[in-house]
Design a protein around this ligand. Structure first.
Ligand SMILES: Cc1cc2nc3c(=O)[nH]c(=O)nc-3n(C[C@H](O)[C@H](O)[C@H](O)COP(=O)(O)OP(=O)(O)OC[C@H]3O[C@@H](n4cnc5c(N)ncnc54)[C@H](O)[C@@H]3O)c2cc1C
Ligand SMILES: NC(=O)c1ccc[n+]([C@@H]2O[C@H](COP(=O)([O-])OP(=O)(O)OC[C@H]3O[C@@H](n4cnc5c(N)ncnc54)[C@H](O)[C@@H]3O)[C@@H](O)[C@H]2O)c1
Length: 475
């Protein structure tokens, strides 16, 4: 590339490394602010979310949930099995057939230059790409390289050729028997999806609970749903050895052996920073870079290095990565203009919604959704709180939604300020309830005013009224 408008060749205002949802959005914000921006991506623009995580996993989950909800309403004939080929074909479409042409066209339209290759920091404001180019940034380098699966060092695991999220979201055949190791979000979602497509699924959980970051009742109701769908759940179980001789063989700590066609390891994530040149700026390779509220890396002086998205470990969620991208992009633009960013809590350059508790939906049947703090987290934070619980199935909208509707809602109230600091809903089709709770938590809406937010009758949202009544009546 030749020099343009006073820039040397390969000189930009902002260099973004990693083109997942976070990197794309950050680049969009800096380009929109008039900063010359280049994005370095080693694989597909759109990142894990578009091709091997959010989108294909939700495409795999939706048909099973839709069928289950239809079965719960008398008068609708729904067969016992899904058309797996049709579900997988729809999944392929949602993953854009693993091609990023549309996203590349979008980048071009947003005025962002794309460099394909693996980028590494080689010093201050400098990124070398493995195609030989050295990109320099006048203002900022933003690392948005995401996370990769974190597998344990179980003997024989490599020989077992375990699935990670990539195979679990991209498989082209339905395994007859699937073992899933883990008790987090990927484990429960993928267990639900493949069970709905006909696999026999056994879920191997190290501890006693599923979905450990949510209220305990969320994990219990999701476990009930999985068990009702036919998933075998084995708790307090560790895999101590693995291997494959045709089939996968897993030895458990109680001596039992599990034989399966495939095994999915859903045991968490580690940062994609092992080969990112962090050592060139004094950071530890393979670490999660610590950042401030504007995603500026704390331990690198000069105010030029940012880390956003999964990589900074604040919240491993696409929407929070995109939020951080908007915040960091605005902070970069402010510093480039010589302004001091506003990083006070809820300031325009502070990702305050991360520590407040990000919204999250687990797309199992029942769904589990939460925002803000759990009761335990609020107590740990030193707040004087009260939890108010309600049976979701008792709301008219829920009983219309499905016969035998089972669900639960919890609101955690800060008693000193009389605001909601956390909310959790578990039940069929509750995902869309969550944003109202997010507005209440982030807006710190006083309960006295929430009384005037009247939920329409007969919707599942009427649970808000029940929660407020129960709080008022001390129940
Ligand atoms: C199975 C599964 C389902 C999920 N479902 C949801 C969901 O429903 N909702 C939700 O909010 N979140 C979900 N998540 C989490 C979500 O996928 C991540 O939070 C999100 O992808 C993070 O975005 P990111 O841009 O930070 O990183 P990534 O999406 O990981 O993107 C990072 C990009 O950087 C590139 N890269 C890495 N290193 C380099 C380098 N050195 N040079 C150049 N490029 C590089 C990678 O190729 C990649 O394209 C799910 C995760 C999994 C595993
Ligand atoms: N719908 C969504 O929003 C969605 C869906 C999928 C993933 N995600 C995000 O992706 C991230 C990764 O998800 P995840 O489920 O991989 O991680 P996680 O951290 O949510 O869960 C990991 C699970 O694996 C268990 N585990 C860890 N090491 C183990 C071992 N050696 N043996 C057995 N069990 C072990 C943990 O106890 C935990 O239950 C999460 O932070 C999540 O927020 C979000």
């Amino acid at each position: 590339m030749g020099a343009t408008d006073g820039y040397a060749a390969d000189e930009y205002d902002v260099v973004v490394v990693g083109g997942g949802p976070t990197g794309e959005n950050l680049a969009d914000r800096t380009a929109a602010a008039g900063l010359r921006t280049v994005l370095v991506e080693q694989q597909l623009v759109g990142g894990e979310c578009s091709y091997w995580a959010c989108m294909p996993s939700k495409a795999l989950l939706r048909p099973g949930a839709a069928a289950a909800h239809a079965r719960a309403v008398p008068g609708i004939e729904v067969g016992d099995t899904l058309d797996a080929a049709a579900v997988l074909a729809r999944r392929d479409a949602f993953a854009d057939h693993w091609k990023d042409d549309d996203q590349v066209a979008w980048l071009r339209g947003a005025g962002i230059e794309l460099v394909r290759g693996h980028g590494r920091l080689v010093g201050e404001r400098t990124v070398r790409v493995d195609d030989g180019r050295t990109l320099t940034a006048r203002h900022a380098v933003a690392l948005c390289t995401g996370s990769v699966p974190d597998l344990p060092d179980t003997p024989g695991l490599a020989d077992a050729r375990p699935w990670t999220n990539r195979e679990a979201t991209g498989a082209t055949m339905v395994p007859r028997r699937l073992a899933v190791v883990g008790g987090g979000v990927v484990a429960v979602e993928m267990a639900a999806a493949w069970r709905s497509l006909g696999s026999e699924v056994v879920l191997l959980v190290r501890g006693g609970h599923l979905l450990g970051r949510m209220e305990p009742f969320a994990g219990e109701l999701v476990a009930d749903g999985l068990a009702a769908a036919g998933v075998e759940i084995r708790r307090f179980t560790e895999v101590v050895a693995a291997g494959r001789s045709g089939k996968v063989r897993l030895t458990l700590d109680d001596g039992d052996e599990i034989v399966a066609d495939e095994v999915l390891y859903a045991t968490g994530r580690r940062p994609q920073t092992a080969d990112l040149g962090l050592e060139s700026v004094g950071l530890e390779p393979g670490s999660w870079p610590a950042v401030g509220e504007d995603c500026l890396v704390a331990d690198v002086p000069g105010g030029w290095l940012y880390a956003a998205g999964d990589l900074n470990h604040r919240a491993l969620l696409t929407h929070q990565g995109k939020y951080q991208a908007r915040i960091a992009g605005a902070a970069i633009a402010a510093r480039a203009r010589g302004e001091r960013p506003d990083t006070a809590r809820w300031g325009v350059h502070a990702a305050s919604a991360d520590p407040a508790g990000p919204p999250q939906v687990v797309f199992t049947d029942p769904e589990a959704a939460s925002v803000g703090l759990t009761l335990a987290a609020a107590e740990r934070a030193g707040l004087r709180v009260r939890a108010v619980d309600q049976d979701l199935g008792a709301v008219a909208g829920a009983s219309l939604y499905a016969d035998g509707y089972t669900g639960r809602a919890r609101m955690v109230v800060d008693l000193d300020r009389e605001v909601v600091v956390g909310a959790t809903f578990v039940g069929p089709g509750i995902a869309e309830l969550l944003h109202a709770a997010t507005v209440a938590v982030v807006g710190e809406v006083p309960l006295a005013r929430l009384w005037h937010a009247v939920p329409a009758f007969p919707t599942v949202s009427e649970v808000w009224l029940r929660l407020l009544e129960a709080y008022r009546d001390g129940r």
